[in-house]
Design a protein around this ligand. Structure first.
Ligand SMILES: [Cu+2]
Length: 464
């Protein structure tokens, strides 16, 4: 219900009315998703168990768009529209997306499929869709102005092409891109191989998500669309930890994770506990001789990486972007570093002048993980999430890979915290008194002068 409140008054109401019910009746249904939970993998109608031609993908905190078959063509219907996305429980952001959500639903097809996609524009401005990475006729590539006229407000365009190569792709507008992507318009596309492919292994779990980011001023609900790099909400599929679903696997399974980056900066994606290989990109499957073991892979802007590993180590393994600012919620970037500052005696005076003043950061920022600080309404805290051993102090591009021996095949439910075998956890060491660590002898005062930094400019002028 909430998603209708946004922009309800003006443009979108007009836009929605512009698409007549009669015209839409001939089109495939445009299913809507209101939940931000991870949906179960979608099975085509009439297909059961082993009859399914592929292992379906699971979109983290997303869903797969159902299609209908029309004379041998798979028909889809995307509706570009304003949505309200639950980025974390209690934190809602006004976005633009598709069929009720940002990101839009994942499109999942098989190599060789003829695909027809209707795109209805219920945004307050024109749009298009570009099918990133696909081989297709030039007129289907979706760059507004170059390949096609823009899709006007209230109108429906149709795209049609054959999914010519298997792989990992995405879709997004190529119209007012800076605004439309900053507002959350994007989606995933997976094309499964038609038959056994020498470079594509069978995986028992196949996850996908997009890296995206927003700049939402604390207390507000609509992203700042002109921000280039200083976003404060770092998401996987428009969700932040602890609201990102875990990746679950049964011990010994081959797990594939497909990741696409539609932010304005790169993200080194790191998984603990296993080694993986990059088995494909948006350019196709990676030749076997060009694969090597990694625990972190950088996903640059506009790139997709498909990684695979055997989940052979049971446990709860962190999986996150390795840029530490990207595993945090909204923070004031202008907060001075207070480590080592002694606030004693200052608090009373400061609070008389500014009753809300709070002393923080003099021991580091970890206290933020458990601080019950009053925040403006609809504001995501800087550090959050807790585990069986306390606050996790993360808040953005972070989730957990959960590997269990007893997880049922095909069961994606969260098995809860990992029960570590007794004696296998780092523990407190009880010692009577800490032994002095050997230290370098202090330098006698005045004996060795501090070296002066000396830099020479190319002009030859020396600077001290
Ligand atoms: Cu990052």
């Amino acid at each position: 219900m909430q998603r209708r409140h946004f922009f309800a008054g003006a443009a979108s109401a007009v836009a929605a009315a512009g698409v007549s019910r009669v015209a839409l009746a001939a089109l495939p249904e445009a299913p809507q998703q209101t939940s931000a939970d991870t949906a179960a993998p979608w099975t085509p109608p009439g297909v059961t168990g082993a009859g399914r031609p592929y292992q379906p993908v699971v979109t983290l905190n997303g869903w797969t768009l159902p299609w209908r078959m029309n004379n041998g063509v798979k028909e889809f219907h995307l509706v570009a529209e304003p949505v309200v996305r639950e980025v974390a429980p209690g934190f809602h952001v006004n976005m633009w997306g598709y069929n009720g959500q940002s990101p839009g639903p994942t499109i999942e097809v098989v190599e060789g499929d003829r695909v027809r996609i209707y795109v209805t524009n219920r945004l307050p401005e024109h749009t298009t869709i570009h099918w990133h990475g696909q081989r297709l006729p030039n007129g289907m590539d979706g760059v507004g102005g170059l390949n096609q006229p823009q899709i006007p407000v209230g109108k429906t365009f149709v795209y049609e092409f054959v999914a010519r190569r298997p792989g990992t792709f995405m879709y997004h507008p190529h119209a007012d891109e800076m605004v439309q992507m900053a507002m959350g318009m994007m989606g995933f596309w997976v094309t499964h191989p038609k038959q056994k492919h020498p470079l594509i292994e069978d995986a028992q779990r196949d996850y996908c998500f997009l890296l995206n980011a927003f700049d939402v001023t604390p207390g507000s609900r609509t992203p700042q669309v002109n921000t280039m790099l200083d976003q404060n909400i770092w998401c996987w599929n428009s969700r932040v930890f602890p609201a990102i679903s875990p990746l679950v696997a049964r011990q010994g399974e081959r797990v594939r994770v497909r990741i696409g980056n539609l932010t304005m900066t790169n993200h080194p994606i790191h998984i603990h506990g296993i080694e993986f290989e990059v088995t494909g990109t948006d350019g196709g499957p990676t030749p076997k001789g060009a694969r090597w073991p990694e625990v972190t892979t950088d996903v640059a802007v506009g790139q997709m990486r498909q990684i695979e590993f055997i989940a052979d180590e049971p446990g709860d393994w962190a999986m996150h972007c390795h840029k530490s600012h990207h595993t945090m919620g909204a923070m004031g970037h202008d907060v001075p570093t207070m480590i080592g500052a002694d606030h004693r005696g200052l608090v009373g005076a400061l609070q008389r002048a500014a009753p809300d003043h709070m002393v923080m950061g003099e021991r580091g920022m970890a206290d933020m993980g458990e601080m019950q600080m009053e925040l403006p309404a609809n504001t995501f805290p800087m550090m959050t999430g807790s585990g069986p051993h306390g606050p996790i102090e993360m808040g953005g591009m972070f989730t957990v890979l959960k590997v269990r021996a007893d997880q049922k095949p095909g069961d994606y439910s969260d098995p809860g915290p990992y029960a570590q075998p007794p004696g296998t956890q780092a523990r407190l060491v009880e010692i009577a008194s800490a032994p002095e660590a050997p230290r370098a002898a202090p330098r006698p005062a005045g004996q060795t002068p501090e070296p002066k930094a000396r830099a020479r400019k190319p002009t030859g002028h020396a600077h001290h």
